[in-house]
Design a protein around this ligand. Structure first.
Ligand code: DGL
Length: 272
């Protein structure tokens, strides 16, 4: 692996493009290889064992590109499978949880933090553990928001229906007086305008896509592995199901979606 090796990013599907886009903005000289496991999305409704198996297969595919760094863009996979992946892969690996947790602690003087995510992410308690390890006195309220992913996938990112659903989901967190709200799912940054309006000015929204991209920059800079400017190949996107649907939703998330999209089959996990 060298500084010119790519950064590999994977997600259960298209939502991780929020992270890939942020990486592309923060690290424009880096080559990005992205895998969306669109044949098996959503991960957020599945058991930890199943997510771990799927995530292992995603990483196994990405290792063929000899990346210098693997980003687990999916919050559900980061919450349930990161430790297992770290044990079986010898490439530096970063999930979206730790950078988001750090940003939330910094943004909440009174340590009252809200977390929203998929059912699997919330059930895992992983954000609570990450936050508590940073500040023992954090007061965390979490809520699964399962309707947000299908809304984004359908391009419904604003309007009265989305606002009403956001109001209902966020009500208990706002009543608790959260000062920072972690958008603990790849799709939620797309709903940022609505969530910001519903949450109000007193609540800092923590976009894990942005925080993860900055953490990737720091990690690569610290290792002296930033790719020098010039001759960066365009990003490559791989999906495990139809390309058209990925492109349709992908352009909601990343309107100028650069590079090529290819369909692949990823095999059974053979990393253990
Ligand atoms: N990528 C998932 C996450 O960030 C959301 C979609 C899914 O459930 O797979 O948790």
């Amino acid at each position: 692996m060298t500084a010119t090796s790519p950064i590999a990013i994977f997600d259960s599907g298209v939502g991780g493009l929020t992270v890939a886009r942020a990486v592309n903005r923060v690290l424009p000289d880096e080559e990005i290889i992205y895998l969306g496991d669109t044949a098996r999305v959503p991960y957020g409704t599945k058991s930890p064992a199943t997510v771990e198996r799927f995530a292992s297969e995603c990483v196994e595919f990405l290792l063929h590109f000899r990346p210098k760094f693997v980003l687990v863009a999916c919050n559900t996979a980061s919450a349930t499978a990161l430790e297992a992946l770290e044990e079986i892969v010898d490439v530096p690996l970063e999930g979206v949880l730790a950078p988001g947790a750090r940003a939330a602690v910094e943004a909440s003087a009174g340590r009252r933090i809200g977390v929203i995510g998929t059912r699997a992410t919330v059930a895992s308690g992983a954000y609570e553990r990450a936050l508590t390890s940073l500040a023992a006195d954090v007061d965390v309220v979490s809520r699964a928001c399962p309707l947000f992913v299908p809304l984004v996938e359908e391009g419904r990112t604003s309007g009265p229906v989305v606002t009403a659903i956001a109001q209902e989901y966020l009500a208990p967190l706002l009543e608790h007086g959260v000062e920072a709200l972690i958008l603990g799912c790849t799709h939620y940054p797309v709903l940022k305008p609505v969530l910001a309006e519903v949450a109000g000015v007193g609540v800092t929204l923590v976009d894990s896509a942005e925080t993860t991209a900055r953490a990737a920059h720091e990690a690569l800079a610290a290792r002296g592995e930033l790719r020098p400017p010039g001759d960066t190949p365009p990003p490559r996107f791989f999906v495990t199901d139809v390309i058209d649907e990925f492109e349709r939703v992908g352009r909601i998330i990343w309107p100028e979606l650069p590079g090529q999209i290819e369909r692949v089959e990823i095999g059974r996990a053979s990393l253990r």
